[in-house]
Design a protein around this ligand. Structure first.
Ligand SMILES: Cc1cc2nc3c(=O)[nH]c(=O)nc-3n(C[C@H](O)[C@H](O)[C@H](O)COP(=O)(O)O)c2cc1C
Length: 133
């Protein structure tokens, strides 16, 4: 079966803490495993960037469900494409803080933000830095 990958960004509606986001990612990992979906969730205190990959139907179903979640809004699809192999296959839903990427995800997060394009990257990282100052 062919694999599909989507990447989107969204804005948190209220105050979502880093630990709440880690919990979202944990729950997501459990649910996604039953759909054969893997991915990555980045959070900078204000915006989410998520990658979902797996069988196309499942990825689309999960994305639809996520879109109805009141904890974020203004979802913008950045990428949807067929892929040959999973980029985040080892993680149910890897979770990371883009300003302080964990060592095992660092290069993947950097590559991802590179692919996301300069404006998204600046926006996403820029907000994280502002958030910390
Ligand atoms: C930024 C963000 C990312 C999420 N990612 C996932 C995900 O990858 N998989 C998932 O099942 N739920 C994810 N959720 C949670 C879903 O939106 C939803 O709350 C959860 O799947 C429970 O759905 P249900 O109440 O219809 O069972 C995410 C939520 C947010 C705010």
């Amino acid at each position: 079966m062919s694999l599909y990958q989507i990447m989107y960004i969204s804005s948190a509606t209220g105050d979502v803490s880093y630990s709440q986001c880690a919990t979202i990612a944990q729950t997501a990992a459990q649910k996604n495993s039953s759909e054969d979906v893997t991915g990555l969730l980045l959070y900078n205190g204000k915006r989410f960037l998520q990658v979902l990959e797996g069988p196309r139907e499942n990825v689309e179903r999960v994305y639809e469900r996520i879109g109805r979640d009141g904890r974020h809004r203004a979802l913008v699809m950045l990428r949807k494409q067929e892929i040959d192999a999973r980029e985040f296959g080892n993680w149910g839903m890897a979770y990371d803080d883009p300003a302080r990427p964990s060592s095992n995800l660092k290069s993947k997060v950097a590559a991802l933000l590179e692919q996301a394009g300069p404006s998204t990257r600046a926006h996403f990282i820029g907000t994280a830095e502002m958030h910390r100052n």
